[in-house]
Design a protein around this ligand. Structure first.
Ligand code: ADP
Ligand code: MG
Length: 251
């Protein structure tokens, strides 16, 4: 589903290269964990996948279902089924969460040649998804993320994911800001979406989340490259020994 080949990407404004020859393959149905110390380029990778325009790809390619996404803008990538749950979800004053969800969902439906959802149908879906995440529906009348706690913001991201039902789900540090109960609810929400035609990139720098979302593969990102890949035991090894050994080995 996803094949990243020798990807090099830099920050457009400064020219600083952050992703430096990254290779990664994720199959349909797979949950891939991306781990790595702070500053290794995990969020940058997620932005480059989503097509954020502050970043420039200078070399390599990102293939999604066999086709390069580099020429696609973020909306086209979203309509094609790529979803990013942000590490730091943005506050959007003046836009009610519910309205945001409706516009996002219908924009994707339109891009796929589908009719907009009828309001009762939309409301039913939102209510079901919110209930499964134990979110109070009253919260959805408030402007998106404005005044939400860290945990509420993360739940709102997962709510969006549930509604949009993407094919490639990129979750950037979704565990940060969640207490243990919220973590379980969010992890259950992710696990319920696991499917043979859907893949996840679960970015985290703690093993904790991976107790609840058990990955098929684990990849260690360091200085913009994948320096080691393995199965879920690699996450346990990192938890026990830290990154130093793997970094030294790679060097
Ligand atoms: P991670 O998510 O793994 O902690 P990031 O992708 O956020 O890492 O950052 C990777 C590196 O790129 C860091 O050294 C960070 O300071 C730098 N960086 C990210 N965005 C910018 C930016 N807009 N301007 C300058 N440096 C940046
Ligand atoms: Mg990050």
């Amino acid at each position: 589903m996803l094949e990243i080949r020798n990807l090099h990407a830099r920050i457009a404004s400064t020219g600083t290269e952050i992703i430096r020859g990254l290779n990664l393959t994720v199959k349909a149905g797979e949950v891939a964990a991306i781990m790595g110390p702070n500053g290794s380029g995990k969020s940058t990778l997620s932005y480059v996948l989503a097509g954020r325009d502050d970043y420039e790809v200078t070399e390599g390619d990102i293939l999604y279902n066999g086709h390069s996404v580099l020429e696609m803008d973020p909306a086209e990538r979203a309509a094609a089924g790529i979803f990013l749950a942000f590490q730091y979800p943005m506050e959007i004053p003046g836009v009610a969460t519910m309205e945001f969800l409706k516009v996002a969902l219908n924009a994707q439906r339109k891009a796929r040649g589908e009719e907009p959802l009828k309001v009762p149908d939309f409301l039913k879906r939102v209510k079901e998804a919110a209930a499964s995440l134990e979110m109070d529906i009253a919260m959805l009348k408030r402007p998106l993320n404005v005044g939400f706690s860290g945990g509420e913001k993360k739940r709102a991201e997962i709510l969006q994911m549930k509604l949009l039902a993407p094919s490639l789900c990129v979750l950037d540090e979704t565990d940060s800001g969640l207490d243990i109960d919220a973590l379980k609810i969010v992890a259950d929400g992710v696990n319920a979406l696991r499917a043979p035609d859907r893949a996840f990139l679960v970015i985290t720098h703690y093993q904790r989340l991976l107790e609840h979302i058990v990955p098929d593969t684990v990849h260690v990102l360091y200085r913009g490259q994948v320096i080691k890949s393995g199965d879920k035991t690699l996450a346990h090894e990192l938890e026990a020994n830290g990154y130093a050994g793997i970094i030294e080995e790679a060097a």
